[in-house]
Design a binder for this molecule. Structure first.
Ligand code: KG4
Ligand code: ZN
Length: 343
């Protein structure tokens, strides 16, 4: 389907990044993310601080995004925003702002499922987009899923983590070795300089296409306790090899379930999405996989951003699928379905 030419103001505030974008058709006219540094020193996202930071960032970020896009409010056709899943307070700021701004400008709203947005970011130009059906490994700080994507609106989760998300595993291991939040990108950075075969960690065995990452943290903790006992300088001397080995374990677990999903479904178009799709080890493993057609998003569309919400806004607005001013945040919204209804 050709992407329709709607112009959407998009807002993403599900966690700790305030994202605002203007998307016209499949083109991104502006895409800003106000990162919240404040969580770094707390070792994780503090929900109350995240909502407060969204409140102080959102107006200026919207003004800047419109300015960057050289667009005035009268050029906008609808306001898309993340309705869930995510942190309640964070979602509440984005939802309330989006509905108020839309109401003030007499525009409709498009409530968007965050994980569906990560997947549909693959339809933003100029990158090649997959044909339907395709498989998407969505890996973020809160989710790890293998999704069978039938169309823009029909998506089935065929595998999921039974405990921690892959991003959470990266962040928890990073925290164990004293790295600031979010530790995933730092583990990736140090892994570049290390040997992934230095230490052996075992991936947890789970039936079918499901995965488990919580055991890795315990395994790493025990490993570190033992090593540090005999060699207190272990982390200083082995940081790079340690990070490379942990990263290889997580990537190996993800790739082996993806392999299984391809065999079971017979689908060889494989995409990745979500914050952990920025991981260089995962990107390399996928790029080197022969026999599959792989789709790896640009880094700016991996971690949370509003352009991915905007493309969903365009697609859903074209179908007349809008929300209402009665819509409220849905922190635990389960299915990857469109969130608006036909009008
Ligand atoms: O999609 P995202 O920005 O937010 C959520 O929806 O959760 O994903 C954030 C997660 C964090 O756990 C972060 O550590 C991880 O993505 N992440 C990475 C990398 N960049 C971000 N993990 C490993 N390697 C990276 N390069
Ligand atoms: Zn996300």
């Amino acid at each position: 389907m050709k992407i329709p030419n709607f112009t959407i103001l998009a807002i993403e505030s599900s966690c700790d990044d305030t994202g605002v974008s203007v998307v016209k058709g499949d083109s991104v006219l502006s895409n800003l993310v106000a990162n919240q540094e404040i969580h770094t020193r707390h070792g994780g996202v503090v929900p109350e601080l995240a909502s407060r930071a969204h409140m102080s960032n959102i107006i200026a970020t919207v003004d800047l995004a419109l300015k960057d896009a050289k667009i005035s409010p009268s050029d906008i056709d609808a306001v898309a925003y993340t309705i869930g899943p995510g942190l309640s307070g964070s979602l509440l700021v984005g939802t309330s702002f989006a509905k108020s701004w839309a109401w003030a400008h007499n525009l409709p709203t498009v409530p968007v499922h965050h994980m569906r947005a990560h997947i549909l970011a693959h339809f933003i130009a100029p990158n090649p987009s997959p044909d339907f059906p395709f498989l998407c490994l969505t890996v973020s700080g809160g989710h790890t899923q293998i999704v069978h994507v039938h169309s823009y609106s029909k998506m089935d989760v065929i595998g999921t983590t039974v405990d921690d998300a892959a991003g959470e595993a990266f962040d928890k291991v990073a925290k164990l070795i004293g790295l600031p939040y979010p530790g995933g990108p730092l583990i990736d950075k140090y892994a570049h300089l290390g040997n992934p075969e230095s230490f052996v960690f075992k991936g947890s065995k789970v039936d079918g296409l499901n995965m488990s990452f919580s055991g890795l943290k315990t395994q790493v903790l025990r490993f570190l306790q033992a090593r540090l006992k005999s060699d207190p300088q272990f982390m200083e001397t082995h940081l790079h090899d340690f990070c490379a080995s942990v990263q290889a374990t997580i990537v190996g677990m993800l790739m082996s379930k993806l392999e299984q999903a391809v065999v079971e479904t017979g689908i060889t178009q494989v995409a990745i999405a979500g914050g952990v799709s920025a991981n260089s080890g995962l990107r390399k493993a996928l790029a080197q996989r022969e026999g599959w057609q792989v789709f790896i998003p640009p880094l700016s569309y991996c971690t949370d951003n509003a352009a991915m919400v905007g493309i969903v806004g365009v697609l859903d607005a074209a179908e007349g699928r809008y929300g209402t001013l009665r819509d409220t945040p849905q922190p635990r919204i389960p299915a990857l379905k469109p969130c608006g209804s036909h009008r």
